[in-house]
Design a protein around this ligand. Structure first.
Ligand SMILES: Nc1ncnc2c1ncn2[C@@H]1O[C@H](COP(=O)(O)OP(=O)(O)OP(=O)(O)O)[C@@H](O)[C@H]1O
Length: 493
């Protein structure tokens, strides 16, 4: 569709762009990235025919850009520039209608039924129909931006060039705009070439990205290849972390602020654990990086409050997440900042201890009952029935864990729990074999992310050794306490 071949050029004979070569296919959503002054707008101006280039060739549908008349070019290419503005007092509809210029025929450029239909359709699509009789000067920045987009689309171009189109748009219009453009590329085969400063938006919507650095192409590939930490760090000269979008397969980038020297060094310890009527909780003075399987706050995140809620053995609620959120609010916790778990175990039987070694420490908290113990190797013999978790394991680490260490911590803690059940000969009552856990156990690993860097947590690493010991010992003691209570209860009965 579009082919840029060895293009160089700029202003007053000075080459801003040097030997640029790339192609864009029909129906692609193609992003142009680069730091300030790297030449993005200059490139867009050359593609739109506004700025002549000194060397090379630009072809649209195999025809040289220079061979298109302005009207022919306007039927192929529409531009939404960064500073779209107009000083005349046109209405919205009149402004959008200007986009039809390239399609009007004859000496008097008469307005056809088709022109009217296109303008109405486009205004409808972009959501500006209700504004059509308003004066453009009366609109907000975001509304104006949408009107100019409607004008560009009314041109019915095959290629749409956008210079940072989300400049004036709030979050929901940014999403709406790119959802719409994506739809036009797939359904109407519109080719979209857009400049982005927002790497995440580009990563989310573009089929391909071209990254410019000082007027040359650094890389031109799929978003996942272009948005690499080392590439972005080098080109933008800033510290950045790449992570996957939580809901779709798209790369995202997070800025990493410099850590303040005065940042509070917090140590999670016994004194922070508190017990109330129906819950055990720990409130950290700072958010902790967590990985957990809580009813609320599961997955990875940053949380400041940790709650283990006691529920009755027969607890049965169809919307247990909502129920937990209500419970947390009632008890003064903000659900979005809390990891919340449930247990049917008597909370007095909680077992906790601080473990220390050179350079770091951890605090383990375990509630364990084995009423619904299961042997994982034979769990298919069980019917599916949700019974509140009976072994809830919390591991707070006063250290700086890698992602790998978080996952290994969960493995190591699980292995230690399994061994505790094995050594106590806890039996799965359905299969009659030694149990490996209970059917709804939960785990939390939370770290301060300050102090010693702990990259690994496999069983024989320093962190792994400490987790193994802590979880094993606390689980044994917690199970023994709960078994003792059970025995005492049955003796009374
Ligand atoms: N009209 C102009 N006359 C002379 N030099 C210009 C002109 N427009 C831009 N430049 C220069 O060309 C270089 C590239 O500018 P350009 O606007 O293409 O960068 P950009 O990547 O779009 O930057 P930004 O992200 O800041 O919008 C810059 O050094 C700029 O100063």
């Amino acid at each position: 569709m579009l082919s840029v071949q060895h293009v160089s050029g700029g202003y007053s004979g000075k080459a801003v762009l040097k030997d640029i070569t790339f192609g864009v296919e029909k129906g692609e959503l193609f992003g142009i990235l680069g730091p300030n002054g790297s030449g993005k707008t200059t490139l867009l101006k050359m593609l739109s025919g506004i700025l002549p280039f000194q060397a090379g060739e630009i072809l649209i549908d195999d025809k040289r850009l220079k061979e298109y008349s302005p009207k022919q070019l306007a039927q192929k290419v529409a531009v939404l520039s960064q500073h779209s503005s107009q000083s005349f007092s046109y209405t919205v509809k009149e402004t959008v209608s200007l986009g039809r210029y390239a399609h009007q025929r004859g000496l008097f450029q008469t307005w056809s039924d088709e022109d009217e239909a296109v303008v109405q359709r486009v205004m409808q699509h972009i959501g500006v129909s209700t504004l059509q009789n308003k004066n453009i000067q009366e609109l907000s920045g975001g509304e104006k931006q949408r009107v100019f987009l409607a004008q560009a689309l009314a041109q019915e171009p095959e290629i749409l060039l956008l210079d940072e189109p989300t400049n004036h748009l709030d979050l929901s219009y940014q999403k709406e705009l790119f959802d719409l453009l994506k739809q036009w590329t797939t359904e109407n085969h519109l080719t979209v070439i857009s400049i982005f400063h927002d790497l995440n938006l580009a990563g989310l919507y573009c089929d391909r990205l071209l990254l410019l650095e000082k007027g040359v192409i650094k890389v031109n590939r799929e978003p996942n290849e272009v948005l690499r930490e080392e590439t972005i760090r080098a080109v933008y000269r800033t510290n950045i972390h790449k992570f996957p979008h939580p809901k779709v397969a798209a790369p995202q980038m997070a800025l990493l602020p410099e850590r303040q020297k005065s940042a509070q060094l917090v140590v999670i310890q016994e004194g922070m654990l508190q017990q109330a009527d129906e819950l055990i909780f720990l409130k950290s003075p700072v958010p902790l990086r967590t990985m957990s399987s809580g009813v609320i706050g599961s997955g990875t995140g940053w949380y400041q409050a940790f709650v283990n809620r006691h529920v009755d053995k027969d607890y049965n609620c169809s919307d247990f997440r909502q129920d937990m959120a209500d419970f947390l609010r009632k008890n003064g916790f903000e659900p979005s900042e809390t990891v919340g778990m449930m247990t049917a175990v008597t909370l007095e039987d909680v077992e906790y201890q601080v473990f220390e070694t050179d350079g770091f420490s951890l605090f383990a908290v375990v509630t364990a009952g084995v009423g619904n113990a299961v042997d994982a190797s034979k769990s298919e013999l069980h019917t599916f029935e949700i019974v509140p978790g009976t072994i809830n394991t919390w591991v707070f680490v006063n250290g700086d864990l890698s992602e790998e260490a978080f996952i290994q911590s969960i493995m190591t803690a699980t292995e230690a729990k399994v061994k505790a059940l094995h050594d106590l000969q806890v039996v799965d009552e359905v299969t009659g074999t030694i149990a490996t856990g209970t059917s709804t156990d939960s785990i939390l690993v939370a770290a301060t992310q300050t102090g010693m860097a702990l990259d690994f947590a496999g069983t024989i690493t320093p962190l792994g050794k400490m987790i193994s010991k802590a979880v094993y010992q606390c689980t044994i003691k917690a199970i023994q306490k709960s078994q003792k209570r059970k025995k005492a209860c049955s003796a009374i009965i």
